[in-house]
Design a protein around this ligand. Structure first.
Ligand SMILES: Nc1nc2c(c(=O)[nH]1)N[C@H]1C(S)=C(S)[C@@H](COP(=O)(O)OP(=O)(O)OC[C@H]3O[C@@H](n4cnc5c(=O)[nH]c(N)nc54)[C@H](O)[C@@H]3O)O[C@H]1N2
Ligand SMILES: Nc1nc2c(c(=O)[nH]1)N[C@H]1C(S)=C(S)[C@@H](COP(=O)(O)OP(=O)(O)OC[C@H]3O[C@@H](n4cnc5c(=O)[nH]c(N)nc54)[C@H](O)[C@@H]3O)O[C@H]1N2
Ligand SMILES: [Mo]
Length: 706
């Protein structure tokens, strides 16, 4: 209590010289940016609090958000543009001016374009998203299709599954739902705003089924039923539930007949997934499968959260398709409380209004340029995304042939997000030029020829749209540290220095925003003048059933269980139905443990917070969670060193035996510099539909270190 009062004692006002500036937390997910009150004195941040009344967080901050001050002032912040003087990776740089840096980059990129073609320069973005519409356009105007992002392994696999079924992004209508299939959803650690919504709706009777191999806060506090399939077997489980629904005649025949394509083929396929066989494949007992089917049958309005977890498997996209199919056959798509159309407003979020963001990104797309990297290996990805599958980038470079990329402009590249990531460093070493724009001098940035300093969300104004038709320009809380600049300004400067044919990009962030937001009933100036998000007038609620009646943008105009898009391309070697394949284990005898690398922990966001003292203190050492049973069997105790080995390599972690993990499973978080789990995951173990790595259904051996 005294502690809290002491903090609150920092009272803003004339006397104390402390001012509160309204900004946002950009550490986490792009759609859920939380409002921050930043307490500033003499241009320095003293502390941060959540903004009361803010649409997403209403005064609350999570573990990560509370670390914003330490994040902004991390010791390795880059303060000036840097030019490499030592060997790649050595980390020896000299400061140079912005003018010099931009000239060096522009001259090299233009020379590569002249000598080898525009596609030999790739444009990459890490997790941050606020500048992506400009980066994509920069790549296009430059002439390269090789624009790619971290979305090559994030939520996009699930999005692709919907693009196949309905032709558009879809979202939950949770306020009207009676049941959420919380498949791989433990928002307590990854998406707390979603959990708050669930709690709110549970007061009106919403029920939740959690499907998670682990016991989690979500399974304990929210779930009426908790199914615990083995990692990466979700497709079999969904098909098993479908089997029961069909057998009991709990499907919606009228709905299927009117709106669904391919039910006959699908029914034929799921016949084999009897509860007994499903149990063998997934470990979920038959009675739980019946119980889930019964709950689905009884609910009016069922929806399923988007998920990256489910995409992180070699069979990930098909598994997610199998899950969605449960909604389709029970008539829960485009109905009240079901999965409903969620066209994107900005940054892949649905906010209830339209912008010209997509047009802005697409209109200059160089359709005659060589196809983006990965188009040959992951044709479905390319068909649906029209950008580079970043998981194919290292191989493209390492091949060193006439198609290999020669330069990369990266905004926030963290090579440790890729599996078998040493390949990425080898690839970067082969480049003529690697430019990394980041907040911090990361291990990846150390390989760059030129490093450019970006600034955090607290040092810039950022356009943010929110669900329900809300828009805002956040406030700068402090001036950029050193010579750091917003990414958007850096992109615009590059367009100017290369003198690309695009007045909008050259005109800067505000000019681009004004262009894509031109039909909104409020102006950018009005957003800037407001201390909080503005609600747009006349946001019309979606009328359920519109798309079912109008017809979906799929080849048949119906919701497709059987994909005619895939069927039209037998050369892709992909299945039109949501078929199930087992996760890949290179040698079950050597690698008997199922390894999930990456289930979210509250105090980390990929590589960003491992070097933030408050966050690190909550779990100081990279650890492996394992079952009590396995620990006992192998003589392992809390804190023991445990060796994890795969077909690629081995690493040691501190053991955390826990009752939340099933025997045979192990859980390890990623992004640690000193214990990088991705360095020992097989880089060829990719989903042929999406190109996503199997981060969550890898296999390993485990032993106690002597
Ligand atoms: N094993 C395993 N690997 C995974 C995953 C997993 O679950 N398991 N998850 C995957 C998923 S879902 C994702 S989304 C990816 C995320 O992977 P990354 O995109 O690599 O995520 P980060 O490490 O958070 O961020 C990348 C870089 O962006 C920098 N950065 C932060 N803010 C800014 C900014 O405003 N501007 C610029 N220019 N740079 C900035 C950071 O300092 C960091 O160096 O990881 C993937 N990798
Ligand atoms: N604290 C924190 N929050 C984050 C992030 C972070 O790094 N840290 N990353 C952000 C990003 S980029 C993303 S994409 C999202 C991810 O968000 P989510 O996908 O919601 O989060 P995860 O914790 O990775 O996975 C949720 C649950 O899925 C379970 N799970 C793992 N594998 C399987 C499986 O094969 N089947 C089933 N049924 N369940 C499985 C895990 O046990 C875990 O409890 O989180 C975002 N939020
Ligand atoms: Mo992600």
């Amino acid at each position: 209590m005294t502690q809290i009062n002491y903090e609150k004692g920092r009272i803003p006002g004339q006397e104390s010289g402390i001012e509160i500036r309204h900004s946002l937390c950009d550490i986490c997910s792009p759609g859920m940016h939380c409002g921050l009150d930043v307490f500033v004195k003499d241009g320095k941040i003293l502390k941060v609090e959540g903004t009361e009344g803010f649409p997403i967080n209403n005064g609350k901050l999570c573990t990560k958000g509370a670390g914003n001050r330490q994040y902004v002032y991390r010791e390795d912040r880059i303060l000036t543009p840097l030019k490499r003087v030592g060997e790649r990776g050595e980390g020896k740089f000299e400061p140079i001016s912005w003018d010099e840096a931009l000239k060096l980059i522009s001259e090299k990129f233009l020379q590569i374009r002249r000598d080898y073609g525009a596609d030999k320069v790739a444009f990459y973005s890490g997790y941050s998203k606020h500048y992506r519409f400009m980066l994509r356009r920069l790549a296009s105007v430059f002439g390269s299709q090789n624009y790619g992002t971290e979305s090559s392994s994030c939520m996009t696999s699930g999005l692709m599954a919907w693009l196949i079924a309905s032709g558009m992004p879809m979202g939950m209508n949770m306020p009207n739902a009676e049941l959420v299939l919380g498949w791989g959803a433990n928002g307590f650690h990854s998406r707390y705003p979603m959990i708050r919504n669930m709690y709110k709706n549970m007061e009106h009777g919403l029920k939740v089924i959690t499907v998670d191999p682990r016991i989690t806060p979500a399974s304990q506090r929210l779930a009426s039923l908790h199914l615990r399939p083995h990692l990466g077997t979700d497709g079999a489980l969904a098909l098993g539930i479908a089997h029961v629904l069909i057998e009991k005649d709990w499907v919606s025949h009228e709905y299927i007949q009117k709106y669904v394509h391919g039910f006959e083929e699908y029914r034929e396929y799921v016949k084999a997934f009897t509860p007994e066989r499903t149990y063998e494949l997934t470990g979920v007992p038959a009675e739980d499968i019946y119980k889930a089917a019964e709950m689905i049958h009884e609910a009016h309005g069922i929806c399923v959260p988007e998920s990256s977890t489910l995409g992180h498997h070699r069979n990930g996209m098909q598994n997610y398709r199998a899950i969605m199919s449960l909604l389709i056959i029970t008539g829960n798509v485009d109905v009240k409380g079901g999965q409903v159309p969620a066209p994107h407003s900005f940054m892949e979020r649905n906010c209830g209004f339209e912008t010209y963001e997509e047009e802005f990104m697409e209109e200059r797309w160089p359709k005659d340029a060589p196809k983006a990297i990965g188009a040959d290996r992951f044709p479905l990805w390319y068909e649906l995304r029209k950008d580079m599958q970043a998981n194919a980038l290292a191989d493209n470079i390492l091949k060193q042939d006439e198609n290999s990329v020669r330069a990369i402009l990266a905004l926030g590249m963290n090579y440790r997000m890729f599996t078998e990531d040493a390949k990425y460093i080898e690839a970067i070493k082969k480049l003529d030029m690697f430019v990394d724009v980041d907040l911090f001098l990361t291990d990846t940035a150390k390989y760059a020829d030129i490093v450019l300093p970006a600034c955090t969300s607290l040092e810039r104004e950022t356009f943010m749209p929110y669900a329900g038709g809300q828009v805002w320009m956040t406030k700068k809380a402090i001036e950029p540290l050193g010579e750091a600049k917003p990414d958007t300004e850096i992109i615009s400067l590059l367009a100017q220095y290369m003198d690309l044919d695009d007045d909008l990009l050259k005109g800067g962030y505000d000019a681009c925003l004004k262009h894509i937001l031109r039909d909104l009933p409020v102006t950018l100036e009005e957003m800037k003048a407001s201390e909080k998000p503005l609600k747009l007038p006349d946001i019309k609620p979606y009328v359920f059933g519109t798309m079912n009646e109008k017809g979906w943008p799929t080849p048949t105009g119906k919701l497709e269980l059987y994909s005619e898009l895939i069927a039209a391309h037998p050369e892709w070697g992909l299945d039109p139905l949501p078929t199930y394949t087992e996760p890949y284990n290179p040698d079950p005898e050597k690698y008997p443990f199922r390894l999930c690398a990456g289930a979210r922990i509250p105090n980390a966001l990929h590589s960003r917070l491992h070097d933030v003292p408050w966050e690190r203190s909550l779990l100081p050492e990279p650890s492996v969670e394992m079952s009590m049973e396995d620990a006992e069997r192998l003589g392992i105790e809390l804190g023991d060193d445990v060796e994890i080995f795969t077909n690629i390599g081995s690493l040691t972690f501190k053991a955390i035996p826990t009752a939340t993990v099933m025997p045979g499973d192990v859980f390890i978080y990623h992004g640690y510099r000193e214990k990088d789990i991705n360095s020992i995951l097989d880089g060829t173990n990719l989903d042929p539909y999406s190109g996503f790595p199997a981060y969550r259904s890898a296999y390993c051996g485990l032993r106690r270190c002597a």
